[in-house]
Design a protein around this ligand. Structure first.
Ligand SMILES: Nc1ncnc2c1ncn2[C@@H]1O[C@H](COP(=O)(O)OP(=O)(O)O)[C@@H](O)[C@H]1O
Ligand SMILES: [Mg+2]
Length: 421
């Protein structure tokens, strides 16, 4: 066999490539939830890293590998490609299909694993919001998916909402920019696929009774359209009233988007300004958080964490110019301290940033009930004792055997900021 890709884990070469993926032994594969797919997909774990392996014809594997590499370079939320395996033969010398290896996206779930019995309206809304954001991001970078669906997407929890990642790029195409027609086609496919997937849920009585699959499918378009307009449409304002511009920037920042460049043109009458946002990319808050603390988390989580960091800074009497010093203290005094209070056996229940977000929510409810601000550490203890213990054990979803996923703290991707000591 031949393996082509990034110089990843050499042990990947020692997997049983001369056996069809379907019959790889239980001691090799890790049982993790998978979405519905045409091809066979299995997960393996090597040195603590989980990989997804998809058995697929060589041409498709290579094509998908290239596309995922391009998307990864452009920082679009998608799974990360690792290698293509080709020239496989079985014990009797018969050829076997090629395989695409990607890194398993930590803490991600296929949509059907996000709810236990039925998909409720509120969850469906959050799923579609996340999917619309992903589609806009892909389209901005010139990628037409051509097979956007819930099954081809992975979801991660993001401070009560979801963040969507592309998992299946097989049918995609990358262009310099997309025409309206290309975007239109992509949206139509997406709406049809989503409606079909919801009808399947409905047929299995897994969709909340009064929800209409077609209406929800179409709502993906509406969400997408308003976001697209907000991002690419021009804004007009006068010299004296810059509110429309500020309001737009704020709304987009809240959605996690960022203006990379603003082109300001003075209108003919000389009084009005027209701003055409040039390049827009996502991740405003998560970039700020990673710069300040090294914590690499989802966008909404980052916004919550930054709010807490800002109020912490004020509490310890530091001004905005001392934001980096405050961030340093905040990581050890708040974030790490809270995580240290979570008993080891409860740590893998959720991602640390999501636990922290829930602690903040919990503190807020406690303070409301008490009529005064409750000390942070009391909220941590109360959250662990009253909320976290009774959470469904996500380990059964995240990994089938105990120990499949290491200590949750080990999952934290901490990068030391460049200017830290
Ligand atoms: N890198 C990955 N991380 C997590 N899950 C993955 C990964 N790659 C594939 N999967 C799971 O496998 C399923 C099928 O993958 P997909 O690429 O859509 O296959 P197909 O081309 O057959 O449709 C996905 O829905 C997802 O649940
Ligand atoms: Mg698929």
């Amino acid at each position: 066999m031949k393996m082509t890709g990034i110089a990843a884990e050499p042990q990947l070469a020692f997997l049983p490539w001369n056996t069809p993926l379907e019959s790889w032994p239980d001691d090799v594969v890790v049982a993790l939830p998978r979405g519905i797919s045409r091809h066979i997909v299995r997960f393996v774990r090597i040195e603590g890293v989980v990989y997804a392996i998809k058995e697929v014809e060589l041409e498709l594997a290579e094509r998908e590998y290239r596309l995922l590499t391009d998307l990864h370079r452009r920082d679009v939320p998608a799974v990360e490609p690792v290698a293509v395996v080709s020239d496989r033969v079985d014990a009797s010398g018969e050829p076997l299909p090629a395989a695409l290896i990607t890194r398993h996206l930590q803490y991600s779930l296929p949509y059907r694993a996000l709810f236990s019995s039925t998909l409720r309206a509120e969850t469906a809304e959050r799923l579609l919001d996340a999917l619309a954001v992903l589609l806009v991001q892909l389209h901005l970078t010139g990628f037409s998916w051509n097979d956007c669906s819930l099954s081809n997407t992975l979801f991660r929890r993001d401070a009560g909402a979801f963040a969507a990642y592309l998992v299946d790029a097989e049918t995609g195409e990358l262009h310099a920019t997309l025409t309206d027609g290309q975007r239109e086609y992509d949206l139509e496919t997406a709406a049809t696929n989503v409606a079909g997937e919801l009808m399947d849920l409905q047929a299995g009585e897994r969709l909340q009774g009064d929800l209409d699959p077609i209406v929800i499918g179409v709502s993906l378009r509406t969400r997408y359209d308003s976001l697209w307009r907000e991002i690419t449409g021009h804004i007009e304002f006068t010299r004296d009233d810059r509110y429309p511009l500020e309001a737009r920037i704020r709304r987009l920042n809240d959605l996690g988007f960022d203006f990379a460049e603003l082109q300001v043109v003075t209108a003919d009458d000389g009084d009005r300004m027209i701003v055409q946002p040039k390049v827009v990319d996502a991740g405003h808050h998560s970039r700020r958080l990673i710069r300040l603390t090294g914590l690499d988390v989802e966008e909404n989580q980052a916004r919550r964490l930054l709010n807490d960091l800002d109020s912490y800074r004020v509490k310890i009497g530091l001004g905005p110019e001392d934001e980096e010093i405050a961030a340093h203290q905040w990581v050890s005094e708040r974030f790490e301290r809270a995580m240290a209070e979570v008993p080891a056996d409860l740590r893998s229940r959720m991602e640390p940033a999501e636990i922290f977000h829930e602690i903040l929510e919990h503190r807020w409810f406690m303070s409301e009930r008490a009529g005064h601000s409750v000390p942070f550490i009391d909220a941590v203890h109360s959250y662990v004792e009253n909320v976290l213990v009774s959470k469904p054990d996500e380990r059964s979803v995240i990994g089938s055997r105990s120990g499949d996923i290491d200590d949750a703290t080990a999952e934290l991707r901490i990068v030391v900021p460049p200017d830290a000591d």
